[in-house]
Design a protein. Structure first.
Length: 439
């Protein structure tokens, strides 16, 4: 995969970096909330402007970290590592507050990197405010732009200069290969999602901390596996609505559920220290299935269980057998890396099932044969089935051509689904059945 040019938005906290990212990005949205430090990791999107494509990254705010705030230190270290990979840096400052001490700290970091820097003086909402830009010449960068992320003012002119620069230095930058499918990690806070994605991509991509709620936004990473490109998405932890204590966390939960809706496969991570599946985890699985996602359940932190606790885990899961028998499950430990190497091969296996195609002849024959042995009835009347055809994959969608479709109820459709599942290994894969009357 050829690397796309990287344009990274950087600056101190609360100057409007996420608002600017949202103004430019079309596929991914950063959380915008009037609270310092909302963006803790980075998020990215591929942007096209004037026919030129580049990766745009929104970073956590750079600030001096205190020993008492380990998360802030991790964010600052991560941002500095990212900046070294940048082709162009967009240094965002706030016209309304002027140059702050933290701006000077960021300036020092950027000067030491010897990277091209565009200073974006944000919150210049009118022509009358443009004189506020000149103060920022003291930062020592040649290129300055007056912009308003909130209203879009000056953003187009700035992007023209961004792509002009990119075109000059990287005329032949190739597009990254699009992922074949997307995999989202979902689960309660502190289940180990960030630790797992770091192991899967073999780098410190997500911030890893034992503090619940560290990952506030969906983080994406493309990885090459088995000659294919897969996009991994780490989401904020999801907890039941009654436990959502703030507007910010509510936004995080909504973001996580939206991501699972757009993913192809969901890895549901469960902390085995709390082996009883909560109603929230059952709802997450049902939500993912209902929206057409394949689901794999990962039981994490197995290293913390002795033999007695392992036996108790098996016992406690028996009540969920009706649900778990439909899904692929794997017992893992992010700490010891037990079975982590089996995850991507299992994901590939589920994807192969998820994207499978069946011929009309095959589907019609297996359903006809089953119905000859066990016909379906409604109020004493035998239900008539003519043929079946697949109308979509990933997720699997099958159209059943019948007579009097109004007579068919949900348990009749479940009968067809069970026939197919007995004939084919479709574990973890949702199946959607549609009824059409013969014309």
């Amino acid at each position: 995969m050829s690397r796309m040019p990287k344009v990274i938005i950087v600056g101190r906290t609360n100057v409007g970096k996420s608002s600017l990212f949202n103004r430019i990005a079309s596929n991914v949205k950063s959380l915008v909330f009037d609270q310092e430090g909302v963006t803790r990791d980075y998020i990215s999107d591929t942007v096209e402007w004037a026919g030129v494509k580049f990766d745009l990254l929104d970073t956590g705010g750079v600030e001096l970290c205190k020993k008492s705030d380990a998360i802030t230190c991790l964010v600052t270290e991560k941002v500095q590592t990212l900046l070294e990979q940048a082709d162009l840096l967009l240094f965002v400052v706030d016209s309304k507050t002027g140059i702050a001490q933290q701006d000077i700290q960021v300036r020092s970091i950027l000067h030491s990197l010897k990277k091209p820097v565009f200073v974006l003086v944000n919150k210049v909402d009118s022509e009358d405010q443009e004189q506020d830009v000149f103060e920022f010449a003291q930062l020592g960068f040649d290129k300055m732009f007056a912009v308003s992320a909130a209203h879009g003012r000056g953003v187009a002119d700035m992007l023209d200069q961004v792509v002009s620069y990119i075109s000059q230095v990287r005329n032949h930058a190739k597009e990254e290969e699009e992922p074949e499918f997307k995999v989202a990690l979902l689960g309660r806070p502190n289940a180990g999602k960030s630790s797992l994605i770091n192991l899967l991509v073999n780098q410190d991509f997500s911030i890893v901390s034992d503090q619940a709620g560290t990952t506030r936004e969906a983080l994406r990473k493309k990885v090459a596996f088995n000659k294919k490109v897969i996009e991994l998405i780490d989401t904020a932890g999801v907890r039941k609505k009654g436990a959502v204590s703030s507007e910010l966390e509510s936004m995080m939960v909504t973001n996580a559920l939206q991501i699972s809706k757009r993913a192809h496969i969901v890895l549901l991570l469960i902390d085995v220290q709390e082996p009883h599946l909560t109603s929230q985890e059952l709802k997450l699985t049902s939500y993912a299935f209902d929206n057409g996602c394949a689901v794999i359940v990962l039981f994490n932190k197995m290293d913390l269980l002795d033999e007695e606790k392992k036996q108790y885990l098996e016992y406690s899961l028996e009540k969920y057998e009706y649900f778990l028998k439909k899904l692929e499950t794997l017992k893992i430990s992010c700490k010891t890396e037990k079975n982590v190497a089996k995850i991507l091969p299992l994901v590939q296996k589920v994807w192969d099932r998820f994207s499978k195609r069946f011929s009309e002849r095959y589907l019609t024959d297996i359903f006809m044969d089953a119905l000859k042995r066990n016909p379906l009835y409604k109020i004493g009347k035998r239900l008539t089935f003519y043929k079946a055809r697949q109308v979509g994959s990933a997720p699997l969608r099958i159209e059943l051509v019948v007579a009097n479709k109004i007579l068919f109820e949900s348990h009749h459709l479940a009968y067809f689904e069970n026939i197919l599942r007995k004939q084919q290994d479709l574990k973890s894969v949702p199946i959607f059945l549609y009824l059409t009357e013969k014309k």
